[in-house]
Design a protein around this ligand. Sequence first.
Ligand SMILES: Cc1cc2nc3c(=O)[nH]c(=O)nc-3n(C[C@H](O)[C@H](O)[C@H](O)COP(=O)(O)OP(=O)(O)OC[C@H]3O[C@@H](n4cnc5c(N)ncnc54)[C@H](O)[C@@H]3O)c2cc1C
Length: 398
Amino acid sequence: MTSIDEFRARARAWLEQNAKPFDEAAGHDGEGTSVPLEESKRFQKALWEAGFAGITWPKEYGGQGLGAEELIAFNQEAADFELPTGPFVIGLGMPGPTILELGTEEQKRRHLPPMLRGEEIWCQLFSEPSAGSDVASLQTTATRTETGWVVNGQKVWTSGAQYSDFGAILARTDPTVPKHKGITMFIVDMHHPGVTVRPLVVATGHAPFNEVFFDNVEVPADAVIGEVDKGWDAAVVMLRNERVAIGAGGRARTNALGYDSLLEAARTRGLESDPAIRRRLALLYARESALTAYGRVLHEETTAGIQIGARGSAAKLAGAELALWAADLAQDILGSDLALGSADLDRVVAAVVGAPGGAVAGGTNEIQRNIVGERVLGLPKDPGVDRNTPFNQLKLSR
Ligand SMILES: Cc1cc2nc3c(=O)[nH]c(=O)nc-3n(C[C@H](O)[C@H](O)[C@H](O)COP(=O)(O)OP(=O)(O)OC[C@H]3O[C@@H](n4cnc5c(N)ncnc54)[C@H](O)[C@@H]3O)c2cc1C
């Protein structure tokens, strides 16, 4: 038995004892909001204590110091279980890796272990009402004081802000230079007076994201991630991690729009021998498998410290396109059952309703296509007419 086989067997045994087996037929809201937060925190702590959280992160920051192969083995075993780890996905997938890459030693020691133990939850505060795809046009400001900075402004679409303890926020620190230059990334305490979180309710009736207002919120000088006025570089690091976290998933039984789920739906409706449905299910299997293989390469390269560059955008785009395509297939298999709804279809309904959101979150499909076009295919760059104009001379809706 290799050490990977041993690790896999240990993970399987722990999951069988501590996690709920994935149940296709069980009612589920598809957004992970049905599990109480305290239960999620308890589970994440137990996961960490057992040695399965932060698998590739360095030991000195609470990680396990292992490689991509162990991470992939764990994820493969975990695909058969319901892990209530949704609240930690953003922190561990985006701010966490960014702090690992750019943070100070003190930031790493202070923030990464509680993140892994499930004691502190994080959100990502990038998008604003007038700055989504063009996030560099953000208008939230951070003004220097004697002890640090004061933040004022508004963010929107902030997933999980309602239960987050910290956020990684982008704010404008120098409006006299072009828009990509005068931005800084900070760690902000979401419990600080002056932070107001207002949930936004979506079509499923849940509120997965929020508006967040900052009124004179003080941030200490040592809360800067990376360098002052170099927040765009930090944002690029975080977006790169976000695209791998979102896009490089691939096959999973827990995916309500995945092959296993839709094959089951076709079977129970006597449609698995319908040639048109069979062909599309086969194509779904092939596309999922290709994405799994691609995701594996990206995870392995990321863990080995290789810059995956714009290929993260290709993975994110492929994942979002596949979800939209699978949502069409789900609608053709389920027909009016989808509209009428039933407890066993809640997950699929939530996934069909959520699929267009996946083509927007983490950068829209159009933006990913622009990135792939420019940086992978070498097509001409967007002229970026406002790229060299000082931010305070741009005509923006304020
Ligand atoms: C489920 C979900 C979760 C999210 N979670 C977070 C979060 O936790 N934190 C956070 O900061 N943000 C979050 N977002 C926000 C997300 O990053 C933005 O919605 C996204 O970047 C698009 O910005 P926008 O909504 O302002 O659309 P816009 O930028 O206004 O775009 C509108 C349309 O124009 C197109 N477009 C814009 N510019 C170009 C261009 N240059 N070329 C071609 N087409 C273009 C877009 O593709 C889109 O179709 C989330 C969004 C969703 C849907």
